[in-house]
Write a protein that binds this ligand. Structure first.
Ligand code: B12
Length: 498
């Protein structure tokens, strides 16, 4: 019996190695035949999916689903399979179904959700289906039993080095790996690699928290080097994007990795925390830079220490630390990519708006501290961190997620997922406009270095046009900048990646 694994369209720009379904394929490799359809490469994924289904070999359809655009393929395709091939079991995994399980299972076209990591539970699930035995004893599953939602216990994160190597060779039978090794800001052929799971912190706006509950585990640097250099040798890859939620948890692991990757002359990028890496020794930062670490993504979130507490950012991050760390990284020629979350609830509109204006000024201070700092602006979009103070406050303020799965692919909710225009009752249109107009002027005056298609001359022109607005702090109706950004298809890394 065979399994069809689906990676719905997330972005047409630079498809990445589909690590979510590749790791799931590794967990059943040799036990079940598996096939892959990637909507990030195939314009009409349904045609290919149906050709597999028509073969009569497929018994299980597994889709990975993050919030946002991926829902626009995962929902209609799962619905169609349920209607046309009712015997096929439909299994969803990934951040969206794990965090929004009830609405997914109540749709009637998803049988089981893999809640968090699927490496151990997915092969056990298929085995149970094959033997028609109970699912109760299998961890990390959510399903309906006679209409009752069953959530089995969560497993610990397994020892990652014991997990099977990713079957890149088999994947390349479906899609040449070259299609996944994109030319990006980091290099001519960029590998997407995921070297750890979870995060030790519990920020109450982050979707990772309900799934991993402050647990974190990573591959050893040996395992990372072996897999990364194997792809490098075979495909001449010259850069790595580490997709971990938190790559830099262990300074020891990062130093070992940096020493090992240095002779490979590759460029790399990853995500980390300001307070964690602030504690790194200068030697470690110097080594990271020499070994190719070009830019690090940080959740700076806000320059307001009260709000940092409110969002359970934890650790020791402060306003001053955000600024001083941006300056410190200059010494090591590593670019900080700071993401901010604006629009948290407040006691009234005036407080919400005051916090937004203060954040805008704080971002300007960050640029003064390090002009090369890349800035990413998100508008707070709730995730179901039930039990957190923030979640209690937003539900008290009337925020509700859609109750029907189909409603998640309505235009308004897609923008919600993109964290650009959330449907949160305390955010008013003039507040979103202020944030967006500031973002436009900021990106005009400081165009991102990561958009490699924008020529130096185009960057000069757009900066020139934006200067008076940035200098005066006048952001309203920046149509002339928007026009140039549209004309030159300005790309924001947070939406499409590098
Ligand atoms: C790569 C990536 C992208 C890529 C696309 C990936 C793709 N699928 O093609 C790009 C850059 C396009 C992207 C965009 C966005 N992303 Co994104 N992305 C990621 C990232 C960094 C890695 C995903 C990955 O490969 N993980 C590695 C695999 C091995 O882990 P995994 O997915 O957890 O898989 C395991 C389990 O979940 C489970 N599983 C997962 N899928 C399946 C499927 C089956 C069938 C089974 C059985 C099991 C299973 O088993 C796997 C093995 O244990 C994650 C963060 C992360 N570290 O996971 C964010 C993440 C998923 N993205 C996120 C978001 C919000 C977005 C955006 C909306 C951001 C924005 N504002 O624009 C956009 C969406 C727009 C769009 N274009 O789709 C959030 C989701 C948060 C949430 N609310 O749920 C995350 C969690 C980042 C974060 N920390 O907040 N993203």
């Amino acid at each position: 019996m065979s399994v069809l694994l689906f990676n719905p369209l997330a972005t047409r720009h630079n498809p990445r190695i589909p690590n979510s379904i590749l790791q799931i394929a590794a967990s059943i490799d040799g036990q079940f035949d598996w096939f892959v359809v990637d909507g990030n490469i195939d314009k009409e994924p349904w045609d290919k999916i149906e050709s597999y289904l028509k073969s009569g070999k497929i018994k299980y359809f597994g889709s990975t689903v993050m919030p946002g655009p991926q829902l626009k393929q995962a929902i209609p395709i799962s619905k169609k399979i349920r209607a046309l091939y009712p015997d096929i079991k439909i299994i969803w995994g990934g951040y969206f179904p794990s965090n929004h399980s009830e609405v997914v299972l109540n749709s009637g076209y998803v049988d089981v959700i893999v809640n968090g990591m699927g490496d151990k539970c997915f092969p056990a699930l298929l085995d149970a289906f094959e033997k028609n035995s109970s699912l109760d004893g299998i961890k990390n599953l959510i399903y309906l039993n006679e209409g009752k939602l069953i959530r089995t216990p969560k497993s610990e994160i397994p020892e990652l080095d014991e997990l099977p190597l990713l079957p890149y060779e088999t994947l390349s039978r479906f899609y040449s790996l070259d299609k996944y090794l994109a030319k990006t800001y980091l290099g001519a052929k960029t590998i997407a690699y995921h070297s750890s799971f979870g995060c030790p912190f519990t920020c109450s706006f982050c979707a990772v928290v309900p799934i991993y509950n402050a647990r974190w585990k990573g591959y050893s640097s040996e395992r990372i080097i072996n897999e990364v250099t194997a792809i490098k040798r075979k495909y001449n890859a010259d850069a790595v994007e580490f997709h971990d939620n938190n790559f830099f948890v262990s300074e020891k692991r990062v130093v070992e990795f940096s020493n090992a990757i240095k002779p490979e002359k590759m460029v790399w990028w990853g995500e980390g925390r300001i307070d964690t890496i602030s504690k790194y020794k200068d030697e470690s930062l110097a080594l990271m830079s020499e070994s190719g670490c070009k830019m690090i993504f940080f959740g700076a979130e806000t320059g307001n220490d009260e709000l940092l507490k409110k969002m359970d950012k934890g650790g020791t991050q402060t306003r001053e630390q955000i600024l001083s760390f941006a300056s410190r990284l200059k010494k090591f020629n590593i670019i900080p990519e700071y993401s901010f979350v604006l629009g948290f609830p407040g006691k009234d509109d005036a407080e919400v708006y005051k916090n937004i204006l203060e954040e805008i000024n704080f971002i300007r201070e960050v640029k003064k501290a390090n002009e090369a700092a890349e800035i990413i602006i998100y508008v707070y979009s709730p995730v179901p961190t039930e039990g957190s103070e923030l979640y209690k406050e937003i539900t008290a303020k009337g925020f509700r997620f859609p109750e029907k799965l189909d409603d998640w692919i309505s235009l308004e909710w897609e923008n919600f997922d993109l964290r650009k225009n959330p449907l949160t009752p305390w955010i008013k249109a003039y507040m979103v406009n202020k944030i967006k107009d500031f973002e436009t002027v900021l990106n005009g005056y400081y165009p991102t270095a990561t958009d490699i298609r924008l020529s130096p001359l185009q960057k000069k022109i757009i900066k020139l046009v934006s200067t008076w607005r940035y200098k005066l702090g006048f952001y309203a109706f920046p149509y002339e900048i928007k026009f140039l950004q549209k004309l030159w298809k300005y790309r924001q890394p947070e939406k499409e990646g590098f």
